[in-house]
Design a binder for this molecule. Structure first.
Ligand SMILES: Cc1ncc(COP(=O)(O)O)c(C=O)c1O
Length: 397
């Protein structure tokens, strides 16, 4: 095996391969151009069209499109009436927004540990975190895989907790046959460019419950209603609107909705290719004893967003940093998902301490994310596999 590029050898590939990339085709471009030539750049027909399409996809009864996945989590927490004194249990292996949304509302995020095999929140750890102040659970379908929802829903039912599913990674995944969006009380999506479908920026909140859905919509639109019945009741004409609570402007534009709708038409294709890439990675890495393959919760038919390379560093002469740097030098754009949220200085300033979730910390120390996106070619994937083999062979004890 040749020398690592990190130490002056030839890299596995000449050009850099990023870990994720949007796929935009002519139909997407046309969809956006059509809106630009129309009467409505925002608050127009594409918003309702996207909301309907997401309900159709997921079986949810209600959907509100919002400006991004973080806004979606924020209004979901507001709809769940999270406030000062309330605790919300979530996972540290997520993007900070899943926990920040609780802080925005004045609540306290409580971090449950992850299952070391699936990397998603461990139901037993959730149970141990429940107190009389616990109001909700925010589960995160990390990598796109559904969490163990049979167990999580049972805990929520037992303790009367609302379940918010952060499905930023998992659009298109099903859990025991039910599409994500129809599993939890509230489900949030993100349409950031590295996600399975994109709107540039965008998000959505889905729900079966009309009361929750109404609150979501109010909070996302300044707390203002234009409810027709109300308007009639109060004897006004159609200029009338009413602010009922303090909300935000979290609207998604028609431009973004048109792009999301166009992307949604390709979702099946996107998922099929991602599944194919995951199968090939799994097959290649099962033969390498230093690699640990992610297990998925039983019942998850996964539309995979991320592929995690987890390594057994007891068998290697290096740490994650060296391995990561070596992969980068081979021109493979690895990434790390995620630094456990409570290790950030901001969370440390709130009193959270290292050691809180040992499985999450061990996972973080031993993992990195490999490229996975629809537009990746077979050659790209072969390069990634070759680079992993090359770096492991070099550092093998
Ligand atoms: C798990 C998770 N939750 C929430 C978000 C926030 O989504 P957005 O970037 O659209 O605000 C992201 C995306 O970055 C995410 O990965």
């Amino acid at each position: 095996m040749s020398d690592l590029a990190l130490y002056g050898g030839e890299p596995v590939r000449k050009t850099r391969l990023s870990y994720g990339h949007q796929y935009i085709d002519e139909a997407d471009i046309q969809a956006v151009v059509e809106v630009l030539n129309s009467d409505f750049l925002t608050c127009g027909p594409k918003v309702a069209e996207l909301e309907e399409a997401l309900c159709h996809l997921t079986g949810a009864a209600h959907c509100t499109a919002v400006s991004n996945g973080t806004a979606a989590l924020h209004v979901a927490c507001l709809a769940a009436e999270i406030g000062p004194g309330d605790e919300v249990i979530t996972t540290p292996v997520t993007f900070a927004a899943s926990a920040n949304a609780v802080l925005y509302c004045g609540g306290k995020p409580v971090f449950a540990d992850i299952d070391p095999r699936t990397y998603t929140i461990d139901p037993e750890s959730i149970e141990r975190c429940v107190t009389e102040r616990t109001k909700a659970v925010i589960s995160v379908d990390f990598t796109g895989a559904a969490c163990d929802y049979d167990a999580i829903r049972a805990i929520c039912q037992k303790h009367n907790l609302l379940l918010i599913e952060d499905a930023a990674h998992s659009i298109g995944t099903t859990y025991r046959g039910t599409p994500v969006g129809g599993v939890a009380d509230l489900t949030t999506f993100s349409f950031h460019p590295v996600k399975t479908i994109t709107a540039g920026e965008g998000g959505a909140v889905l729900s079966k419950d009309s009361t929750l859905a109404k609150r979501v919509e109010l909070f996302a639109k300044h707390g203002i209603t234009r409810d027709f019945d109300l308007l009639q009741e109060k004897g006004n004409s159609n200029w009338y609107y009413e602010q009922q609570l303090l909300g935000y402007n979290y609207r998604m534009t028609d431009i973004q909705c048109a792009l999301a709708l166009s992307q949604l038409k390709k979702l099946e294709r996107f998922i099929a290719r991602r599944k194919e890439l995951v199968r090939k990675y799994d097959e290649a890495f099962r033969k390498i004893p230093e690699v640990i393959i992610q297990t998925e919760a039983e019942g998850s038919d996964t539309a995979r967003h991320l592929y995690i390379l987890r390594l057994d560093f007891d068998r290697l002469n290096c740490r994650r940093k060296e391995f990561y740097d070596a992969m980068q030098a081979e021109n493979i754009g690895v990434n790390v998902h995620y630094i456990p949220v409570y290790l950030f200085p901001y969370y440390q300033s709130l009193g959270y301490r290292r050691g809180l979730c040992p499985n999450a910390e061990a996972y973080y120390e031993s993992s990195m994310t490999l490229p996975l996106f629809y537009g990746m070619t077979d050659q790209d994937q072969n390069d990634v596999i070759r680079a992993v083999e090359k770096v492991i062979t070099y550092f093998r004890q």
